[in-house]
Design a protein around this ligand. Structure first.
Ligand code: NDP
Length: 253
């Protein structure tokens, strides 16, 4: 896998780009030459990203950003985003479905219905709707790449993480199905386990942990960007971002 892919001229949609891992994936992809469509709800975070990308562009002439303030539980909004990308570019080269929420850590019997439903809405239904909205655009690319953010929680049993773990197992299943549907096309679809990373979500999950012991999201994001490379061949796998290796959890059919 190419460690530093050239993404010049490629269009990349990155969700959850206002902070954390998604912010740095967007920043690194722009630095690699991509036109980044940055999605999140927090306009301030998106504007900060835009400032950084503009500063890099002034230095190197590479990379640009289009900011899209959007709540990914707004399903018609996701459909409109796909239509807008179609009108402007006619295709999409890279999808990074990174936005996610943790919900509440607690015993399953005590989780409020609205918390469970919100986790599923952002982490699963929103990703499916995005897949539905941009699948034709990624197929219009000569080398479409989809990166779906999962978590070790999808596979490792952990008390009190039920809704989040279920959502990540579900989104990985979506990614695997999509990879199988598209395996005879140029589109490559992989899930990513970023591993414990120094972000707001991790601090919410583990308030007693010293963040300084965790990798910075910029470092993890830099390991994920090569999954967008036009030369990537793998599909339907899980990428361990810390170890920079592909894993497969396929069972015998
Ligand atoms: P953060 O909480 O730091 O960032 C989450 C991002 O998702 C923000 O940009 C946020 O933007 C966006 N987001 C959340 N809800 C919505 C929504 N309804 N609509 C649009 N955007 C939304 O999380 P991380 O960077 O830590 O996590 C990124 C991904 O990595 C997630 O999918 C997470 O599950 C996964 N992950 C993270 C790990 C870690 O240790 N950090 C470990 C394993 C997996 P805004 O609030 O502005 O809308």
């Amino acid at each position: 896998m190419n460690a530093h892919p050239d993404l010049t001229g490629r269009t990349a949609l990155v969700t959850g780009a206002s902070r954390g891992i998604g912010y740095f994936i967007a920043k690194h992809m722009a630095a690699a030459g991509a036109q980044v469509i940055a999605v999140a709800r927090t306009v301030g975070g998106l504007e900060e990203l835009d400032d950084e990308i503009k500063a890099e562009h002034a230095r190197s002439g590479k990379g640009e950003a289009t900011l899209v303030p959007l709540d990914l539980t707004d399903m018609p909004g996701i459909d409109r985003l796909g239509s807008a990308i179609h009108e402007r570019w006619g295709k999409l080269d890279i999808l990074v479905a990174n936005a996610g929420v943790l919900g509440v850590i607690g015993p399953l019997a005590h989780i409020e219905a609205k918390v469970f439903e919100k986790v599923m809405a952002v982490n699963v239904t929103g990703v499916w709707r995005l897949i539905r909205s941009v699948d034709p655009l990624l197929r219009n690319s000569d080398a479409g790449r989809a990166i779906i953010m999962s978590s070790g929680a999808a596979h490792n049993a952990r008390a009190y993480w039920g809704p989040y773990a279920a959502s990540k197992a579900a989104v990985e299943a979506l990614a695997r199905s999509w990879a199988d549907e598209t395996k005879n096309t140029p589109l490559r679809v992989n899930s990513v386990n970023p591993g414990a990373t120094r972000t707001a979500m991790r601090a919410q999950a583990m308030p007693g942990e010293n963040p300084a012991t965790l990798p910075h999201p910029s470092e993890i994001a830099a390991n994920i960007v090569p999954l967008a490379s036009p030369s990537l061949t793998e599909t339907g796998l899980i990428f361990d971002a810390r170890e920079r290796t592909f894993l497969s959890y396929q069972m015998p059919r």
